[in-house]
Design a protein around this ligand. Structure first.
Ligand SMILES: Nc1nc2c(ncn2[C@@H]2O[C@H](COP(=O)(O)OP(=O)(O)OP(=O)(O)O)[C@@H](O)[C@H]2O)c(=O)[nH]1
Ligand SMILES: [Zn+2]
Length: 287
């Protein structure tokens, strides 16, 4: 008789899948047959069985959502780690990350780092206020701060950190969970590298929830995504979206578009609209 068990994948290193169930962590491999069907990613709930001394994953259970880069499933929210300096703040990068996360059906939370490195932060802080006003959660995290607000946001949730390499993702996790620092140092030692740079995606226990630290990414590719409902993912658009003249208004050149009217009155963050427009126009060229 097959004795199937269920658990969540919390780490994948090459062909070794670490699965957490209620009691323990085990390491499993996918069945040869299933690998072509649906490749399991971190965050997946899977069914697996024990065969002699090893574990085999049989199937991936239905996902609530899935991010492509980083490859992770079933997350409650994505913390978009946004550094204000080194690497420098870019509202366009932030906007595009908000879109990517939103298109995957995941709630974005803007987590700002390196405020201490800015001499004149006023202009950037004013820009970040626009996101708050639109309804995005914006939380600051600095070395030496108690991060209480961030802890509340993470409590009991499955979160993924995304953001540029060097934005401060690992530093932030180290502050929230000192055990994590020990783990990453141990991993760096084992791999014979001095400095910890994130190489693979893993869910770590943090603040009674799970947080994935992920490798920094280099490209923001929208070409493979269905962006037809991008407008519905943008909080700035939400109060206006149902009052355009046309039900299928794309808010580009249509008459009586409430979103363009709000933009002209300065009620919508202009950079968000600009990035939305650029992505929709690129899409238009493709169709
Ligand atoms: N001054 C200052 N430095 C910071 C802050 N957060 C991170 N750093 C520094 O920025 C550098 C990069 O931070 P990491 O935490 O490694 O960045 P990361 O996002 O994990 O980078 P990857 O692993 O490459 O994706 C490190 O030298 C940190 O010490 C901050 O809030 N203020
Ligand atoms: Zn419109």
């Amino acid at each position: 008789m097959i004795n199937m068990q269920q658990g969540r994948i919390i780490k994948i290193i090459s062909n070794q899948y670490t699965i957490q169930n209620e009691k323990e962590e085990i390491i499993a491999k996918p069945r040869g047959k299933m690998r072509q069907q649906q490749t399991p990613v971190v965050g997946d709930f899977v069914e697996y069985e024990k065969i002699e001394d090893s574990y085999r994953i049989h199937k991936v259970l239905p996902r609530t959502n899935r991010l492509l880069r980083p490859a992770i499933a079933n997350v409650d929210q994505a913390l978009i780690v946004t550094s204000l300096k080194d690497p420098d703040y870019s509202c366009h990068l932030l906007n595009r990350l908000i879109f990517l996360v939103g298109l995957a059906g995941v709630k974005p939370v803007i987590c700002v780092t390196k405020l201490d490195l800015l001499e004149d932060p006023e202009e950037i802080l004013a820009d970040l206020e626009k996101y708050k006003k639109a309804g995005y959660d914006v939380v600051f995290s600095n070395p030496g701060s108690d991060d209480r607000e961030l802890q509340e946001i993470l409590n009991g949730k499955v979160s993924v950190l995304c953001g540029q390499s060097g934005a401060g993702k690992s530093s932030l996790l180290n502050r929230l969970n000192p055990d994590f620092e020990l783990q990453t140092q141990a991993i760096s030692k084992a791999l014979g590298r001095g400095k910890h740079t994130t190489r693979y995606c893993q869910l770590h226990p943090v603040c009674d929830g799970l947080v994935a630290d992920t490798p920094g990414f280099s490209s923001l590719d929208f070409t493979r995504l269905d962006t037809s409902h991008l407008d519905a993912c943008i909080l700035d658009f939400k109060p206006y979206i149902h009052t355009c003249r046309f039900k299928d208004c794309k808010h580009l050149n249509e008459p009586d578009c409430s979103i363009k009217e709000a933009l002209n009155k300065g009620e919508i963050n202009a950079s968000i609209y600009e990035d939305y427009k650029n992505i929709m126009e690129e899409r238009g060229k493709k169709l």
